[in-house]
Design a protein around this ligand. Structure first.
Ligand SMILES: [Zn+2]
Length: 332
């Protein structure tokens, strides 16, 4: 087995039109930041292994960090800027790498990084493992962030009727998972389920529950038919009261048409209304209906259940990573 060289790797990236990497260039010695969940393994073996080049080129849109890399001639991913490595997730350990030579390439379709648009600053560094001169852990990503950049949000998931408690627990778990997925750990969200003790009414006569204890907001699950301007609605959220309400029947109908897990399309939207203004990474949560103002195409006015779902997902992801001010993704 002959070790792959930077020249060969660059040429392969250039040959593959859809490799996902733009403008690969060979560069000399430098430093870069690598994020990994496998810090212990790296310390134990005392060296870095990489992703085999073939696998890299076949799955460039996937995160190559889920299993420890094993190829001594493989590619190790890193970023030039520490901030970019931090953004991959707060639980990852960050290593500073010194390399003898590497390839820089821009990955415009990197799904996590809708905001990374500057090829000079935001390029990925692809380092062949044998070209790593030295490395040092600089701790977990969260150690490098101000704590107030990650809001702790507790939302009471409230079943209006005790018989809907199981439904309520399930919806809470689904939303928790969806928020974890979209926020890349920039938001700490915990739902806590309870049965309604008292129901209030807002000016539109929607029922809601007051926050209790250390709850940040509430999400009431009701069987009442909700109306707004004479039309039946799936839910309502209000940042000024930190409350949201969703219709159980509407969620059930939606799940029958779109799948059991898609109820999050409704719950996340109303939940975002209810946490309006909370700071995520120094940026307040906007009105989730303002996607057009922020130039996220394919969200507002489109049916969340149809082909526009990706537009909504990207918009929510931008909100939950504090990136909605960045240029909206184009195409797709
Ligand atoms: Zn809305």
């Amino acid at each position: 087995m002959t070790a792959i060289t930077n020249e060969k790797l660059r040429d392969r990236l250039l040959q593959l039109k859809n490799s996902g990497f733009k403008n690969p260039k060979i560069v000399g010695a430098g430093e870069a930041f690598h994020y990994t969940p496998h810090g212990d393994k790296i310390r134990r073996t005392g060296r870095f292994f990489g992703i085999p080049v073939d696998r890299l080129l076949h799955a460039t849109q996937k995160h190559p960090v889920s299993v420890p890399a094993t190829d001594p001639n493989g590619v190790v991913y890193a970023y030039q800027r520490m901030a970019a490595a931090l953004e991959e997730g707060l639980d990852f350990e960050i290593f500073k790498l010194k390399y003898r030579c590497a390839i820089t390439a821009f990955q415009p379709m990197d799904a996590v990084n809708v905001a990374r648009t500057d090829p000079d600053k935001d390029s990925q560094i692809l380092i062949l493992a044998q070209n790593i001169e030295s490395f040092a852990s600089i701790g977990d990503a969260r150690d490098h962030l101000a704590p107030d950049q990650v809001p702790i949000i507790k939302t009471g998931f409230i079943a209006e009727r005790p018989s809907d408690m199981v439904f309520c627990i399930r919806e809470a778990a689904k939303l928790r998972q969806y928020v974890a997925q979209l926020s890349h750990a920039w938001v700490s969200f915990t739902p806590s389920e309870r049965i309604a003790t008292s129901i209030q009414r807002n000016a539109n006569n929607h029922p809601f529950a007051l926050v209790q204890g250390d709850e940040t907001s509430t999400m009431l699950l009701t069987r009442e038919v909700l109306y707004q301007d004479g039309r039946e609605i799936a839910g309502w959220g209000d940042g000024s009261r930190r409350q949201a309400v969703v219709s159980i029947q509407k969620l059930e109908t939606y799940m029958q048409a779109n799948g059991e897990n898609r109820s999050v399309d409704t719950t996340i939207h109303e939940w975002l209304h209810s946490i309006y203004g909370i700071q995520v990474r120094g940026t307040p949560v906007p009105n989730p209906d303002d996607d057009q103002k922020y130039k996220y195409p394919g969200a507002y006015g489109a049916d969340r259940a149809t082909g526009q779902r990706e537009g909504w997902r990207r918009w929510y992801e931008a909100i939950l990573t504090g990136q909605q001010h960045a240029a909206a993704p184009t195409g797709r």
